[in-house]
Design a binder for this molecule. Sequence first.
Ligand code: SAM
Length: 434
Amino acid sequence: MLLLLPPTFPIPMQEKAVHPGEAALGLRRCGRATAMAASRWAKQGRRVLLAGPAFASAPRRHYKKKWAATTPRISSIRLALQIFDMNYGAQFGSLWPSIRISLLSEQKYGALVNNFSDVLQITQQLEDLNATDFIWESKTVVQEPDSIAQLGASELSSASETQTELSLQQEQPVPSLSPNIKCYTFPKGDISIFHPAKPDVIGILGYYLLDAASILPVLALNIQPDDLVLDLCAAPGGKTLALLQTGCCRGLAANDLSTSRTRRLNDILHRYLPQELQKVVRVTSWDGRKWGELETSTFDRVLVDVPCTNDRHSLREEDNNIFMRMRKGERQNLPRLQLELLVAGILAAKPGGEVVYSTCSLSQLQNEYVIERAVELMAIQYQIEVQVEDLSYFRKLFQSTFSFYPDCRLGELILPHLTANFGPMYFCKLRRMS
Ligand SMILES: C[S@@+](CC[C@H](N)C(=O)[O-])C[C@H]1O[C@@H](n2cnc3c(N)ncnc32)[C@H](O)[C@@H]1O
């Protein structure tokens, strides 16, 4: 039995106020939570009355000050922050304090327009809020004429007006981006928020709120008309939805190991897509690591958006946090799982096919290291050559919306910044050569 007493309460014989270590030890048999509570209260100088058989035989004195059970447990969020301070402090140097405070501040969202709803009404509604389509805006920076040919019909007229101006500004040809995707954001420094979308007359939602940086891996995938696409870790489905907005997928396999998350994915597809388009998507719940054996050399494009430390989430939510003690093994195993998923994704791509790997972590071990190991492994184990494609033009195209880390060697990394609090988002593009 455990009682919390006021400081002046008289304590009867055989029942006593205890040292924190004693409280924890005596009460361990009563259950861990009770022992922890007793220990915590005793440490705070509150008096704890312990009674009953569980405490009867507890030793009374001479405890080591640092008894393992009495070491204060730190929350998963705090542990995550400690680990980030140690690792990212070394990795990013003087940039870390700014990234840190941004990660701890309110995240910014983007509104991915649902092309299967009333687009004109939705875009007008978003523009009335003073939000702009950052993808459309990038086309006024530098654009290859070819990619203008891929725009949706509604955009063609305005695109041709700007084409002359664009060719004048053009310095180097810029590879094309996945077409037709529209994502609205508020300008840098504007911290307004979007309200959740409401269903239109036929019950379809007009936009999907997500971290706007997560559109970049989809743009990098550069979906072309009639492509067969695999989204290996798809749930809850923000990127799947973006892939479908291109209107180019001949078929889309959307997979996620977690059945509960796959249900969320199905729910999103129902809320955003007309029925006939839902048939284009094949939803499965398989272990993505096996995909290379299941459907090898099949897809034109593969998105491998792997599970990761999800840095922003890990500093916000205790619930299901990857830094929970009981998930330590899982956390340490992440780079291996990520590597296996990426290798499976490359094997599932056709020779000549393109694969984009992405995480929402700043960790080098989960980002560039995984890419390096995958390229090596593909060569040694499968005699398949894989080339890393240059995505540095993304910095130029999207510099007015996102803050890019300038020192990535293989992919691109979006850094959270107080004026543009998106990301983190790492993405790297690979081409299977043989
Ligand atoms: C970063 S999330 C994907 C987010 C999703 N692409 C989106 O944009 O909404 C990573 C996902 O990988 C899934 N996952 C974990 N291990 C997997 C595996 N072995 N095979 C397939 N999916 C896996 C998780 O359930 C999780 O939903």
